[in-house]
Design a protein around this ligand. Structure first.
Ligand SMILES: [Fe+2]
Ligand SMILES: [Fe+2]
Length: 397
């Protein structure tokens, strides 16, 4: 191998490692689609400055084994991949059907395969030829391994397609294939995690809020507040499924007390006011549930320190708890309780503005969050309307 080729090979390996590293770090955040990841890998490894790459790529990433049939053509320019086509669909029964590439990689140069360029051209799908835009003189086809079957077709390397080029393409396909499979596993685990959390929240939902809609709405209100406060995407996503856990601790409080219509005894009141502590304990010490734990423990604290269980004030109250407090209070005002009728949106807004017998907005809420609430109050109304069954189950009682 020449020195120049050695250098390029080293640089391409570095490109791929760098991409693998970034991707692994962002796996949980799911910031890419499978196609994006392949495009990015091809752009960096084959299209970087001074790299040896093909003129065009036909990328198929969602095919089924034996019937790979849908892909897009891209052109490789120094440092970028230019999308050249919409999806090209190849009929699996046609002469252009893409065969299952048995040996993972295939290297083809026209003068080794056929006696004439015209004959060689005839073997390619007309639409692909059209998008490639110049006569195809060579190509490498490489199978994508992993959960999603697919293939990369790299057309027109300078002079000829070589074993070296094939090697680079195979490594790229194997690494990206593994990353895609891994990211799908992570997504699956993530879905199972969120599903478990929902099941837990539903099982523990306070007896009075048993329609399940309250927790869905609180998730959405909290997410809307966080997003409009300019908080990070991660935080917004996490609070949007963690808010529903705010009252998990109520599972430890008997229903007779939670639903008692009359005055509570001091002992009963003490027990109810312990539900944030019970909730924190139920959620345990998993790092994945940190925000949920903060919400459970802090959603009854007040900005001026007059809340419970610890009487924390100001910034000492975890941010997620301060946000969910606003969301929870709004929904409680809008909902029917054994001791009160539901309020309309305007009425609830008035309480957030001027307070009532139980709520003093200036003393209870974080002023920044309250400000954001008033900026997006129309979203609160829309969330309430969209996640409230027309029949609220009232007819059952
Ligand atoms: Fe609560
Ligand atoms: Fe609640």
């Amino acid at each position: 191998m020449s020195l120049e080729l050695c250098r390029m090979s080293l640089q391409q390996t570095r490109d791929l490692l760098e991409l693998t590293d970034t991707t692994l770090r962002s796996l949980c955040c799911r910031r890419f689609t499978n196609e994006e990841l392949y495009v990015e890998a091809i752009r960096r490894v084959l299209g970087g400055k001074g790299r040896r790459g093909p003129h065009s790529i036909f990328l198929v990433i969602d095919g089924e084994p034996g019937s790979l049939s849908r892909g897009r053509v891209f052109h490789l320019r120094p440092g970028e991949m230019v999308e050249a086509s919409e999806y090209v669909v190849i009929d699996p029964g046609s002469v252009y059907a893409i065969p299952f590439i048995k040996d993972a990689v295939l290297v083809s140069n026209w003068d080794e395969k056929t006696e004439s360029m015209d004959k060689y051209q005839a073997s390619f799908h007309p639409q692909i030829k059209e998008f490639v835009g110049v006569p195809i003189t060579n190509f490498i086809a490489c199978r994508i391994s992993g959960e999603y079957r697919g293939a990369i077709f790299a057309f027109n390397y300078a002079r000829e397609a070589t074993e070296y080029d094939a090697g680079v393409l195979v490594i790229l396909a194997v690494v990206i294939g593994s990353l895609v499979t891994l990211s799908n596993e992570v997504r699956e685990t993530e879905r199972a995690f969120v599903y478990t959390i929902e099941a837990l929240a539903r099982a523990c939902e306070a007896a009075e809020e048993s329609t399940g809609e309250h927790i869905v709405r609180v998730n959405r209100y909290a997410g809307a507040l966080a997003a409009n406060m300019g908080l990070s995407t991660d935080f917004v996503e996490t609070i949007s499924y963690s808010a529903q856990m705010h009252d998990v601790g109520k599972i430890k409080v008997p229903n007779e007390i939670l639903l008692k219509p009359g005055q509570l005894t001091p002992e009963e009141e003490r027990l109810i006011k312990l539900h944030p502590v019970f909730g924190e304990r139920i959620l345990g010490d998993s790092p994945r549930l940190r925000i949920a734990r903060e919400i459970a423990i802090a959603h009854h604290e007040n900005w001026d320190g007059s809340g419970y269980p610890y009487g924390l004030n100001g910034d000492r109250i975890p941010l997620a708890g301060r946000i969910v407090k606003v969301a929870d209070v709004y929904d409680a005002l809008r909902s029917r309780r054994s001791y009160k009728a539901p309020m309309g949106h305007r009425e609830a807004l008035e309480v957030f503005r001027s307070g009532d017998a139980r709520i003093d907005p200036k003393r209870h809420f974080d002023p920044e969050i309250l400000k954001t609430f008033f900026e997006i109050e129309h979203m609160y109304e829309a969330i309430y309307e969209s996640v409230t069954g027309a029949t609220t189950h009232d007819w059952l009682f």
